[in-house]
Design a protein around this ligand. Sequence first.
Ligand SMILES: *Cc1c(COP(=O)(O)O)cnc(C)c1O
Length: 489
Amino acid sequence: MQFIETRGNDGVHPNEVSFSHAILSPIASFGGLYAPSGLPILGLAYLEAHRFSSYKVFCADLMRTLCIDIAPETIEAAVSLYDRFDDAAQPVPVIKVGEGIYVSELYHGPTRAFKDMALQPFGHIFSHLAQSRGEEYLILAATSGDTGPAALETFKNKPGVRVACLYPNNATSDVQRLQMVTEDGSNLKVIGIEGNFDDAQSALKALLGSESFKAKLKEKNILLSAANSVNFGRIIFQIVYHIYSYLELVRQGEINMGEKVYLNVPSGNFGNALGAYYAMRMGLPVQKIIIASNENDVLTRFISYGTYDLRDCSLIATTSPAMDILISSNIERVLFDLFGPQRTREMMHSLERERHYSLSAEEHELLQSIFVADFCTGDEGKSYIKRYFAQGYLMDPHTATCFKAQESCASEGSKTIIYSTAEWTKFSPTIASALTGALGIHDLEALEAIATEGKIAIPAMIKALFDKPIMHATVIDKADIESEILAFI
Ligand SMILES: *Cc1c(COP(=O)(O)O)cnc(C)c1O
């Protein structure tokens, strides 16, 4: 598989790059991204052949099928990291929660959110590439709360890489913040910034594009890369679980091979949904992809009306903070795939300059043949949490947004896979408030309240966070990020 640029080529960047190039240097011409130049069609025979494959076996085989320039033994070692999940034999359980509604639980990895699904194998591959080329990388990660812990966990003490992780201070849960600031790897730097996630992400994009910053790193023989979901090395591992979850429903006898299902994805930066899109393009039998949002409903409006519009629009802090995003970076790869590089560049430039772009009627129709969308308020989300808890299923506030979209978007009698992106432990104050009405309590108290209410145990690794020493106390202004990172280097 080769990669080309979503905004066309500037005559300086190479025309086409390999997978390893795309993950080590993820920024393409004109500030665009790398996307596959073509995708294989898997076909039902391929799915049939993997009907009984384990997650690891299927994942490694899909990587082979996608022909990426990574040695088989490196891929094997990368996918063996799924052994660190709760159940090595079943890292992604798929649970029936209602008539025709199945939840694919993507949060059973070391940091309890779905970011581990991709970052675990990605970290291994990245570090292996850096080492084998004798190179040293600084990896930047901007996080709304889940990418940070997962990136730190995967790169901790790995050779050839250092990580600088930016998180918005006061905008993550206690558990998320503690997962980051208690990390003790000597190659890790965690920095809180005054601002929201979009501020952290734009600071990261500015640094990635800054020639002077790169030059200063180069003096120290350090190259620059990013671990955000703009990196295709993450996207590729997010295709796997969509197909695997489908096969799991076939194995459970809930669907017939070839039967179409909805995939319902709680979306922020659109990495998870992009994985679903590629799976569909590769032939997974999908009716439509449902895009669930919170009060930051820019994706719902885009898919419903065809205009991506940030005018008169500012970020709202919600109870599903990992989805508090206005500029959803991975939409760009969908636009590129559907409408080509010229049009994508036009639209992205219009977004940067005028804060909006519109699809033509034909383009909009094409988009709607694939996606359908709705958004869910925090209160609506809490009512789904409460309702399903009463039936014995506990979910986090991000997952809850899918249940609203499910009611408005899925057709009668259809079947849907909902993706659960975080364990309840990461967003306990919201869940406790949904279940008991308690407001304004901190994570520790909320965890205990839910554990009592649900007669479940707080996982040991979450409890332990509250007693670990704080390793990273830095909280700074956006303007000081560059100097802070240079001081760490
Ligand atoms: C990152 C994240 C999301 C959003 O995923 P995208 O791939 O950015 O759309 C949703 N829920 C949780 C819990 C997350 O951590």
